[in-house]
Design a protein around this ligand. Structure first.
Ligand SMILES: [Zn+2]
Ligand SMILES: [Zn+2]
Ligand SMILES: [Zn+2]
Length: 256
C-alpha cells in the first residue's frame, strides 16, 4: 500500500485569501482552509514530499513528518517552492535529493543558491539536485515515479505517476496523446481544478473531469482549488464523479 496525505489543496494565494470576506474565506468548515498544494507520499520506510509551498513547515508539523528521502518538484512557481528552506532539518546528516526537470532545478538554484554550494554555512539546507527526464521512471527508496509532462499555461511542467496513482497539479492540458502509455493503468488521479470559470493556465472543475475521463481513472480528487466554491458545494455537485480533496485527507492506493 502507498499512503498519500494532502498537505495542502489550495491555489497560489491560499484559502482564506488575505483580506477576503467571501463565504468560503469566512467558512467555519475546516475543509475550506486550503494551504498551498502539496502531498506527502509514504510506502514502507520511504517518505517523499511533492512540492514545498509557503506552509511547508506547518504542513510537516501537522502531518508528523520526521524524515524525508527526497522531494519532487512539479515546477518552480513560488506557491510550490518557497518552503524549501525548511528542508534544512532533513539535511543534517546528508544531502537531500530534490528531483525535477532541468528547467525547474535551474530556477530553484537561482532562488536558493546557498543550498547548493559546496562550502556550507551552518544552518542552510544541503540539497542534491537530480534531473529527471519526461516519462523515464526513477526511484526514491521503495517508490517508483514516472514524470508526466503537462502544459500549465505557457509552461511545460511535471506531474508524477507512482504505482496506480498520479498527481497532476497546475495543468491546462495533460497531453493525452504523448502521455497515453505513461498514464495507462492509473486508477486514482489527484488533479488541479481551480474553479468553474475558465483560466488560461489551470483546468476548471469540468475540464479536470474530462481529463480524468480521457485517462479512464476510477477515482478523481481535485486539488489547487480557489475560494470561489466551498468544499461542501464541490462535493455535492460532483458526487459520483470526483471529490474535492482537503488538507489532511489521507488516501491509500495500490502499489501497482
Ligand atoms: Zn500552483
Ligand atoms: Zn474569499
Ligand atoms: Zn503554477
Amino acid at each position: 500500500m502507498t499512503r498519500i496525505e494532502f498537505l495542502g489543496t489550495g491555489t497560489s494565494h491560499g484559502i482564506p485569501v488575505i483580506g477576503c470576506h467571501c463565504p468560503v474565506c469566512r467558512s467555519a468548515d475546516p475543509r475550506d482552509k486550503r494551504w498551498r498544494s502539496s502531498i506527502y507520499v509514504t510506502r514502507g520506510s520511504t517518505h517523499v514530499v511533492i512540492d514545498t509551498g509557503y506552509e511547508f513547515r506547518l504542513q510537516a508539523l501537522r502531518a508528523g513528518i520526521e524524515s524525508l528521502d527526497g522531494v519532487l518538484y512539479t515546477h518552480a512557481h513560488s506557491d510550490h517552492l518557497m518552503g524549501l528552506d525548511d528542508l534544512r532539518v532533513f539535511t543534517d546528516k546528508r544531502k537531500l535529493p530534490i528531483y525535477s526537470s532541468s528547467a525547474t532545478l535551474s530556477a530553484i538554484e537561482r532562488v536558493f543558491p546557498y543550498a547548493f554550494k559546496d562550502w556550507q554555512y551552518k544552518g542552510v539546507p544541503s540539497l542534491q539536485p537530480v534531473e529527471v527526464v519526461e516519462r523515464m521512471p526513477f526511484s526514491v527508496g521503495e517508490i517508483g515515479f514516472v514524470p508526466i509532462p503537462v502544459i500549465h499555461g505557457a509552461m511545460r511542467i511535471l506531474g508524477y505517476r507512482f504505482g496506480s496513482a498520479a498527481y497532476i497539479t497546475d495543468a491546462s492540458d495533460i497531453l493525452m496523446e504523448e502521455n497515453q502509455e505513461a498514464l495507462s493503468g492509473v486508477r486514482t488521479l489527484m488533479i488541479g481544478a481551480l474553479r468553474d470559470r475558465e483560466h488560461w493556465s489551470h483546468f476548471t472543475f469540468s475540464q479536470a473531469v474530462e481529463a480524468a475521463k480521457a485517462i479512464g481513472v476510477e477515482a478523481v480528487y481535485f486539488t489547487h482549488m480557489n475560494h470561489e466554491t466551498s468544499h461542501a458545494d464541490i462535493e455535492r455537485r460532483f458526487r459520483g464523479i470526483a471529490a474535492p480533496a482537503y488538507d489532511t485527507l489521507v488516501l491509500e492506493v495500490d502499489d501497482e
